[in-house]
Design a protein around this ligand. Structure first.
Ligand SMILES: [Zn+2]
Length: 305
């Protein structure tokens, strides 16, 4: 299929699945169609010259604009968190400009205004010269698809903060700034869930790694994975924006393909990290897993009332 025809086919499919947010079914088929469109657009798979690499200030700004339109399309109000952060070493500030960037987020409110916040995040920037399909258009697609599913859910038990971070590839500057923003807002945080590299599954086992979730979140992830018949590996450390939330003391799950289990993209940070390498079945399966985790958390929250 030519890129143009492919675009038309996906657009037609999306009109089936997305006539409006309220009519969107929550199944994996709808996720796959929607997520393919997100990754194709962010990586500029059709070669239109819009978007693609998301590294320079102007490239990142174009991606942020597109993400904001996606929130609008799902019926959410997009918000921009524009930040400016000094370099860690103040002397470096004399040599290099301070960091500037934009996190794009939307809040789906709970029925109870006093409910805690659950953060669902992923970075949207890429390294220079890479279209960053798996790293991390897949994470963006996971978060946007959760927005699509949660938007039609009545009686939400948490305020869901759906956030796409700028500048993960620069020492996670965007998510660090967002953690400060959360503190300034005074939001009580139940937990954070951060996806990075969720599009590779060469062995086809749908297994997922969850990094440093802590006991409470590990319980929710294990229950959801067992119910789906998916292997869950718990790993240590923090390799992405999940570090910003762990450092702030929040229960935080980093969601990954099998990075520590030898089944992760070989195209990381290369020009070949393209749409064609993404396993959309794995992405949809992993998105559904996180969604089930959220439902499990809501049930536990209800039981403690
Ligand atoms: Zn990444």
């Amino acid at each position: 299929m030519s890129g143009y025809i492919r675009q038309l086919v996906w657009t037609a499919l999306l009109h089936v699945f997305l006539p409006s947010a309220s009519a969107a079914p929550p199944g994996d088929a709808a996720s796959m169609a929607y997520q393919r469109e997100v990754v194709a657009t962010l990586t500029d798979a059709s070669g239109s010259g819009v978007l693609g690499v998301r590294s320079s200030a102007s490239q990142r700004a174009a991606a942020a604009d597109w993400i904001a339109t996606q929130f609008g399309r799902l019926g959410l109000r997009p918000q921009r968190h524009e930040y400016r952060r000094k370099n860690v070493n103040p002397v470096v500030d004399l040599l290099l400009a301070p960091y500037r960037g934009t996190n794009v987020f939307a809040v789906l409110e709970a029925s109870d205004s006093a409910a805690p916040h659950v953060i669902l995040g992923a970075h949207y920037d890429s390294v220079p010269d890479s279209p960053g399909a798996i790293d991390n258009a897949t994470g963006v697609a996971l978060v946007l698809d959760l927005a699509r599913r949660l938007a039609v859910r009545p009686d939400r038990r948490f305020h869901y903060v759906l956030v796409l971070f700028d500048q993960e590839e620069d020492d996670e500057v965007g998510s660090r700034a967002f953690v400060d923003y959360i503190a300034a807002q005074g939001w009580p945080v139940h937990s954070a869930h951060v996806a990075d590299l969720v599009g590779w599954d060469e062995d086809g086992d749908r297994a997922v790694e969850v990094q440093s979730p802590g006991a409470m979140l590990e319980g929710h992830y294990r229950r959801a994975a067992d119910a789906r018949g998916v292997t869950l590996h718990v790993t240590r450390g923090a390799s992405s924006d999940n570090r910003s939330f762990l450092d702030a003391g929040y229960p935080t799950a980093g969601v990954w393909e099998e990075w520590d289990h030898d089944d992760s993209t070989p195209h990381l940070h290369r020009a070949s990290d393209r749409l064609e390498t993404v396993d959309f079945g794995f992405l949809a399966s992993t998105t559904a897993l996180v969604y089930d985790v959220l439902l499990d958390m809501e049930t536990a929250d209800r039981d403690t009332d």
